[in-house]
Design a protein around this ligand. Structure first.
Ligand SMILES: CC1=C(CCC(=O)O)c2cc3nc(cc4[nH]c(cc5[nH]c(cc1n2)c(C)c5CCC(=O)O)c(CCC(=O)O)c4C)C(CCC(=O)O)=C3C
Ligand SMILES: [Fe+2]
Length: 335
C-alpha cells in the first residue's frame, strides 16, 4: 500500500515531572545563546503545571489517533515516536526501528513551517540519530504542511468558535491576533517562516473572520535582550490595541500544532492576564491537536509521497505546495 514500512512521529519532547524540568531545559538550550536567568524563568512556567509539559501527552494521543486513522483506511503501518529533547529520544526510537527490521520510514514532524527551529533542526536531529544507529532505516521527512487544508481547516473552525465565545456585543469589533513563536532575526530561514505565517494567517482570517481587523504577532522570545527577534511581541500588541480603543481580541496560535507549554503558559496565563488587566475581552483559539482533519492530513501526506511527484499536493494561500525535499534556502539560509 505504501513504499514505507513505518511512520515516524518526530517531536520536541518535554518534562514529565519537576525533577526533569532543568535537565530538559539544558537539553533545549545547549550551545544556544540563552541566559541562565531565562532558563530559570521558563522552569517556573513548567512548575506551575507540576513540572509536566503537555506535549508528550499530545504526542501519545496523536500517535494513537494516527494509528486508528491508518487502520480505518486499511493501511497496515507501524507508528513510532521519537523526540529531540526528551525521552523517548529519537536515536533510541531509530534503534528500535532498526531492531524491528524497518528499512524505510516516512517522518511526520510536529512543526508545520519552514525555518531552522521548525524544520532544519529536525532534519539535523534525524540525520544525527541515523548516524548513531548501525543499520538505521532511511527516513524521508514528509513535506512542510502549514498550508495543507488539514492544518488550515481546524484553525478556521477554531477561530470561528473563539469568536463565538466572545460576548455578542463585542464580537463584530474583535481584533484577531495570529501568533507564532519568535525566532532570532539571524536565524536561517526566518524570512520564509514569516512569509508562510503571514500567507496562511490571511487565509484563516478571510475564511473565519472576514472584515475583522487582524495582525501577525510573535511570542515566547528568549535570548539576550540585545539580540533582535521577530516582532511585534504579543504583549506590546495587546497594549497597543487597548490604547487604540479595541475591546476584544481573539488570539489564534497559528504557529503551533498543539496546546503545549508555549500556548498554555505564554498565551493562556501570561497574555490572558495582561488582557484582563487591560480590560480586553480575550479568547484563545484551539490548535489542531488531534482534530480528525489534521490526523487525516498525516495519512494524505504519506500517500501523496508514496504516489510520487505527479500526485496532487494540496496547498492553500499563495505560496504553493512546499517541495518534498526542503531546499537549502527554506530552512537553513542560502550559505
Ligand atoms: C519556531 C519555534 C517553535 C515552533 C515550531 C515547533 O513547534 O517546533 C518552537 C516550539 C517549541 N518550543 C518549545 C520549548 C522551548 N523552546 C525554547 C527555545 C527556543 N524556541 C525557539 C523557536 C521555536 N520553538 C527558539 C529560536 C528558541 C531559542 C533557543 C534555540 O535557538 O533553540 C525553550 C528554551 C527556553 C526559552 O528560551 O524559552 C523551550 C523550553 C516547545 C515545547 C513546549 C512544551 O514543553 O510543551 C515547543 C513545541
Ligand atoms: Fe521553542
Amino acid at each position: 500500500m505504501t513504499s514505507y514500512d513505518a511512520l515516524l512521529l518526530v517531536s520536541f519532547g518535554g518534562p514529565e515531572g519537576p525533577q526533569e524540568v532543568i535537565p530538559f531545559l539544558e537539553n533545549v538550550t545547549r550551545g544556544r545563546n540563552i541566559p541562565r536567568q531565562r532558563l530559570e524563568q521558563v522552569a517556573e512556567h513548567y512548575y506551575l503545571f507540576g513540572g509536566v509539559s503537555p506535549i508528550n501527552r499530545h504526542c501519545r494521543e496523536l500517535k494513537a489517533a494516527i494509528e486508528a486513522d491508518l487502520a480505518a483506511h486499511g493501511i497496515d503501518l507501524p507508528v513510532y515516536w521519537g523526540n529531540r529533547n526528551w525521552t523517548p529520544y529519537l536515536a533510541d526510537t531509530v534503534r528500535q526501528m532498526a531492531a524491528d527490521g524497518v528499512r524505510r520510514a516516512a517522518a511526520f514532524v510536529t512543526s508545520a513551517y519552514s525555518g531552522y527551529s521548525s524544520r532544519g533542526q529536525y532534519a539535523d536531529d534525524i540525520a544525527r540519530a541515523r548516524a548513531e544507529v548501525p543499520g538505521a532505516p532511511e527516513i524521508d521527512k514528509l513535506r512542510t504542511y502549514y498550508n495543507h487544508p488539514g492544518f488550515v481547516e481546524p484553525f478556521v473552525e477554531a477561530t470561528h468558535a473563539a469568536l463565538d465565545r466572545l460576548p455578542a456585543e463585542l464580537r463584530d469589533g474583535a481584533h484577531v491576533a495570529f501568533t507564532a513563536h519568535s525566532v532570532p532575526l539571524d536565524q536561517p530561514g526566518r524570512e520564509r517562516y514569516a512569509a508562510e505565517l503571514a500567507d496562511i494567517a490571511a487565509v484563516v482570517a478571510e475564511r473565519a473572520a472576514p472584515g475583522h481587523d487582524r495582525a501577525l504577532v510573535y511570542q515566547s522570545r528568549s535570548g539576550p535582550p540585545t539580540q533582535p527577534w521577530l516582532e511585534p511581541d504579543i504583549g506590546d500588541h495587546l497594549r497597543k490595541l487597548h490604547a487604540a480603543g479595541t475591546r476584544a481580541v481573539v488570539v489564534v496560535p497559528i504557529g503551533f500544532v498543539s496546546d503545549h507549554m508555549e500556548v498554555k503558559y505564554d498565551l493562556d496565563v501570561e497574555a490572558a492576564e495582561l488582557a484582563a488587566e487591560l480590560g480586553l475581552a480575550f479568547e484563545r483559539a484551539a490548535t489542531p491537536g488531534t482534530h480528525p482533519r489534521y490526523v487525516a492530513m498525516v495519512r494524505e501526506l504519506l500517500l501523496e509521497r508514496t504516489a510520487g511527484p505527479d500526485a496532487p499536493r494540496p496547498a492553500l494561500g499563495t505560496l504553493g505546495p512546499h517541495p518534498d525535499d526542503c531546499t537549502a534556502g527554506c530552512c537553513r539560509g542560502r550559505s
